[in-house]
Design a protein around this ligand. Sequence first.
Ligand SMILES: [Zn+2]
Length: 259
Amino acid sequence: MPTRREIVQGGLLTLVFGTGFALSCACHAQAHRARHKYGCVLSPDDATLFMDERTDARLYISGNEPMIPRSGDRDFDLALAHTLAAVSEKLEALPSFAYYDDYDGANAYATPKVRMNNADGTVLFGQRLLSRLMSGTESPEVAVAAVCAHEFGHILQFKRGLDRVVGVGQPTVKRVELQADFFAGYFAGARKLERPNFPAAVFAMTQHSFGDNMVNHPGHHGTSEERGAAIAKGFEAAYREKCTLAQAIQISTNYVAGL
Ligand SMILES: [Zn+2]
C-alpha cells in the first residue's frame, strides 16, 4: 500500500522519475530531520539524515556518467550530466550529486559532508523541486541547471573558506547566498561564451523567483531583485570581463560585502 505521502506526491514525480526511483520511507525521518542553520547549506551533522534519504550519488566529471535515477527523459538526463560536469570545471568544485526526498519542502542543499572519495562535498537536489522546475515553460532544464550551479557555488565556498569570510558576524545568510548566486551567474557567463545560444537569462529569472522579503529573518536569501542582480554581476564577470575564477572570487567577495 502506498503511504499518503506517496499518493500526494503522485503524478509529476512518477512522470519525472518513472519506475527507476524508489521513494524512500520518510516516516521515521519526518520526526527527526531537523536543521540548525538557515540557508541551503547543511552542516555535516545536519546532513546525515538528509543523506539517508538520497539516491545513489556520483561525480560528474566527463558529463557522460549516467544520471541516477534516470528521469525517463534521455535528453534531459544527458544535458544535466553535461551541465554538472561543466559547472564542476568552471567553479573548480567537484561534489557528488544525488536527488533526495524533499517531502518537507521543495529544496536543494549543499553540504561539505563527503560520502565519496575525492569529492568536494555533496549536492542534494530535491525531487519535488525538480518536478516544480521541470513543469516550468521557460527552458526548464536550464532552471534546474541554475539551482545546481548555485549549490556548486556553495561547494566552492566551502573549499576556499569563503562562506566564513563573507558570512562572519552577519545576522542573515544573505551574503553567503548571494555569493553563491554570483558564482552561478559566473558559470552562466562562461557557458554562454562557449555556447552563444545558451539561455543565460533563465538563471537570473530562476533565482529571482526564489527571492524573499523576510529581510530580518536569519534565513533571508536576498530579495528577488538582489538575487537577479547577483546572477547578472557574476554573468558579467565571466562574459564581458573574462575574469578568471580567482578574480571572480575577489569581485564577488567585495560585492556581497557592500550589500
Ligand atoms: Zn544557497
